[in-house]
Design a protein around this ligand. Sequence first.
Ligand code: PLP
Length: 388
Amino acid sequence: MKKIYLDYAATTPTHPKVVKAMLPYFSDAFGNPSSIHSLGQETKAALEEARGKVAHLIGSRSEEIVFTSGGTEADNFAVKGVAYANRQKGNHIITSAIEHHAVLEPCKFLEGQGFEVTYLPVDKYGLVDPEDVRKAITGKTILISVMHANNEIGTIEPIAEIARIAREQEICLHTDAVQTTGHIPVNVDDLGVDLLSISAHKLYGPKGVGALYIRKGTRIVPFMHGGEQERGRRASTENIPAIVGFGKAVEIAEGEMKDEMERLTFLRDELIQGLFERIEGIYLNGHPSLRLPNNINISVEFVEGESMAISMDLEGIAASTGSACASSAVEASHVLLALGLPAWLCHGSLRLSLGRETTREDIERVLEVLPRIVTRLRAMSPFLKSKA
Ligand code: PLP
């Protein structure tokens, strides 16, 4: 049975060309980029080449890119770094209710340190209303952080409009672009952001490496204190093999983006349409068109997401549910709850995220397997029985 991977939003396989590019930096080219000898200078050149590639992809200058250990660190760096650097100016942060935990948790942490955070609601599609951002701004607001696209429902947020408001009020704007960079066009000037988070493993690069774009002139406290690496903003010897791999992944993504966007949008829409034709009582979560090309998130009446995902796995298909298992209880996703979905529909959600290896045959197989699974699970459903 061919395995079908439909969880690209969780992580992507490292591209073979990326692995190949990384390998020499584990062995022959092992120098410390801070060393003055030629071995060091060799890795320093590789580091700067990778930085240039990331900068090129998002339309920034090389010196505005700081490499991090991933998207989570980039988000933490942005939120805490700007908050601490601007403490004299104010203590208010605006974010959205559907951010990734990598933004929500630093915000919660800062609340414990005397900062105030406004968590903006979203509409039924998961969109933040820029006017809500404007209304939430106070004389103490120092940071706005709204994600570029949501990782669960794929909704793409109106960042450029939010940026116009932030600019007028001279407030720093961060966006978590972990799910968009390398997948759809991301340009820091078009978006008008001051900070932008990226993660390599979401774009066929290695895990444990990412970047934070920091617009020149942005006030931010360093994330790690120690050596002078990354212009004194992120101390520690750079993870050169991972950074080289990140650069290679970015280069490949830039070349393939246009075609992949078209191909995946087509497959996504075919799968959505096919599911709606074959299964009754299903809902599409997220925006119908302002949506990542690879994201499908559905709620299925009278079926648990966990059961669907496990049943799919037994059929060789890897998918994900909108619910997160927290210890013994299954918590409904904060994103789906923010859309206004009742808890029982949140628990019946399934995310299918497509990627480079996804084929038409894979879509056909899902369309054959999933309706069958739903019928079987519904036959056992106590919810459906109690309704009948
Ligand atoms: N932000 C978003 C939107 C994500 O989807 C993820 C990963 O799931 C992260 C941040 C965290 O990235 P990383 O796994 O590189 O720490």
